[in-house]
Each structure stands twice: as structure tokens, then as C-alpha cells.
Design a binder for this molecule. Structure first.
Ligand SMILES: [Zn+2]
Ligand SMILES: [Zn+2]
Ligand SMILES: [Zn+2]
Length: 336
């Protein structure tokens, strides 16, 4: 268990929050003989929400409290100063999103319906947590494979709701706002239109979604999935247009199959707009956010042989161009 003495500290230079403290290492063997996320688990986790939809099954995907939650839901963040520094308690939510009832059906081999239900659950959880004014941002991410820091064997993603916006998202929000201020267009929409026109880095287009290798990749085979019509918030998109989640699920499955033809390990993260209930005065991006931000999924594969370092003098170093990566991903043999 993560001890409660962990706290959030803000780096005064980059303005990013870190979670830190002296975590007591858990010496008990990590391997459990049972799975706490399987439907008949003898030690089930605390249930938050179920989603049904698969005929004959009481649930298809579900959300539970993380068994060693980094963030805790009770109380106030009580942000306070420490000389020039800022700190606060790790108030928030930390959930495990069980993607499937099956211990072996993952986002790359589950049915269309299962993946669609999982995506809808993710949208519902984000919408629900954004109703809590304390939370500025809800993240959904997945780490798969031992070199990516996978935590559980059962097909799962994780969710955190935090009282701050994580650093990478904050950078994106600021950059998207600046681009919008000068061009009055969404930078992501402009990227999509150029990529579709050039066709150099497009992995696949499916209905309203596109999968591309980004122009300036941080790691080889980095892939993004984006909606082709503008929308800042994933949950609003997913819940208002539920039929489209089927296409997104299929494209996600096919893209993960392509990546798995190269490597099994990857990080996946969903980037959506922050909580607009939380109108922070010192961050001026809230007014145009619906126009300037555009939700997307980022997948960062981890290549075992090249795991040493992807940075060279603090600059991302990706020894494979996106134009070459996309050819290999397009040609990868996939099932469906
Ligand atoms: Zn299981
Ligand atoms: Zn856009
Ligand atoms: Zn992003």
C-alpha cells in the first residue's frame, strides 16, 4: 500500500506537480495466486461503476478503486505555501478500469462490442468525475508489458482525477491556445488536414477517426488516434455520439495489433480537455478551450532492444522516422 504521507509538490520553475514522499516498499510477494479483477474473484476490489451491454453478462467493463491508490477521494487538497514552494495533499481519484470480464481479452483481441463498452465506461467516468469541482483533470492511461510498468495481469487501464493539470497536457493546452490566438484554427485540425492531404504518415482512417505517426515522434512508432471532426472533450464526443465509439474501438484494436507486430510493450494515454467547472483565473486558456483543444489518444511503444535511452542531451532521440515507421505499421499483418 502507498502510505498516506505522500504529498504533491510543485516545481517552481516548470510549474509541474510531482507526487513524492518516502513510500514504504511493499515486501510481500507481488504475484498473487488469484486475480482480483476476474468476475468471480474471491477478493474483489471496491466497485465504482459497471457497464453492461454484452448479451448474457451482468457487466462488460467496470471501474473499481485502485488497490494501492495514489490519490484519495476524501477531503480538500489544502494547497499551502512552504516559503517559495507550493505543496498539497494528494486528493483525487485513482481507479482501475477493467476492460473486459475475460482475463485474456485485451484491447487488441476483444470484440467490437467489448471495446466500445470499455470506451463508453471511460467517457462516463470522466464525465462523472468532472462533476466534482475539486478536480481539474481526469487522465486515463494504460501501461502494458514489463518494460512499460504493467501493474496487473488482467486487461486493465487506469484513471486518475487530480487537483491539477498534468504537465504534458498543460503544455499542449498552452500551445494549442497560442496557435488558435494567431490563426483562429485548431492546431490538431490543421495537423489532421495536412496529414490526410500528404498521406505520408497516416496509418489508417476509419470513419470519423484517423491514426497517424506524428511528424516529430518522441519514440519510434509513436502513434496518435484522433477524431477527424473537432471536439475538445472525449467524454462529450463519446456520450453524445455513442455509435462512433464502435469505429474508435475498431481503429484502436487494429492500431494496437500493428504496434504489437513490432513490440508488445507500450504506454497509452487519453488526452481530453480539463474540467471547465474549474475556472482558474491565472490559467487563461479556459475561454477558448472548446475551440482550441482537440482530444486524442497517444500510444508510445517501448522497444526492448532500444530501451536504453531515448533522450540525447535532453532532446528526444527517435532513431526511426515516422515516414518509415508508418510503412511498417501499415504493412503489419493484423487479424481484424
Ligand atoms: Zn483476471
Ligand atoms: Zn480540432
Ligand atoms: Zn496529447
Amino acid at each position: 500500500m502507498v502510505s498516506l504521507c505522500m504529498e504533491l509538490r510543485k516545481d517552481p520553475i516548470t510549474r509541474s506537480w510531482v507526487i513524492t514522499g518516502d513510500d514504504v516498499p511493499d515486501n510481500s510477494p507481488a504475484v498473487e495466486s488469484f486475480c482480483r479483477f476476474c468476475p468471480d474473484s474471491r477478493e474483489p476490489s471496491q466497485l465504482i461503476a459497471n457497464i453492461s451491454g454484452v448479451p448474457g453478462a451482468p457487466w462488460s467493463a467496470r471501474s473499481v478503486v485502485h488497490p494501492a491508490a495514489l490519490y484519495h477521494i476524501e477531503g480538500e487538497a489544502t494547497r499551502r505555501g512552504d516559503g517559495i514552494y507550493d505543496r498539497m495533499r494528494p486528493i483525487g481519484a485513482h481507479e482501475v478500469l477493467v476492460e473486459s470480464r475475460s482475463h485474456t481479452r485485451h484491447l487488441w483481441n476483444a470484440s467490437d462490442l467489448e471495446i466500445e463498452q470499455f470506451l463508453l465506461l471511460a467517457a462516463q467516468r470522466i464525465q462523472d468525475l468532472k462533476g466534482d469541482g475539486r478536480f481539474k483533470y481526469v487522465s486515463i492511461f494504460k501501461d502494458h508489458g514489463s518494460s512499460a510498468g504493467q501493474e496487473f495481469e488482467h486487461p486493465t487501464s487506469q484513471l486518475t482525477a487530480t487537483t491539477f493539470v498534468p504537465r504534458r497536457v498543460l503544455y499542449e493546452l498552452r500551445a494549442a491556445r497560442e496557435y488558435f490566438q494567431s490563426k483562429e484554427r485548431c492546431v490538431f485540425c490543421d495537423i489532421i488536414s495536412q496529414e490526410e492531404k500528404q498521406g505520408l504518415r497516416v496509418i489508417e482512417i476509419r470513419g470519423d477517426f484517423i491514426a497517424v505517426c506524428p511528424y516529430a515522434p518522441r519514440v519510434p512508432y509513436e502513434s496518435w488516434i484522433m477524431p477527424r471532426t473537432h471536439e475538445a472533450a472525449f467524454e462529450r464526443f463519446g456520450l453524445n455520439r455513442p455509435g462512433t465509439m464502435r469505429d474508435l474501438g475498431v481503429l484502436l484494436r487494429r492500431t494496437l495489433q500493428r504496434i504489437r507486430a513490432i513490440t508488445e510493450d507500450f504506454h497509452l494515454v487519453l488526452h481530453t480537455s480539463p474540467n471547465s467547472l474549474h475556472r482558474s483565473g491565472n490559467l487563461g486558456y479556459w475561454k477558448t478551450i472548446d475551440e482550441d483543444y482537440h482530444w486524442h489518444i497517444e500510444i508510445m511503444p517501448v522497444l526492448a532492444a532500444k530501451a536504453k535511452s531515448y533522450t540525447f542531451k535532453e532532446v528526444y532521440y527517435s532513431p526511426l522516422s515516422s515516414e518509415t515507421a508508418v510503412k511498417r505499421l501499415r504493412e503489419a499483418k493484423i487479424e481484424s
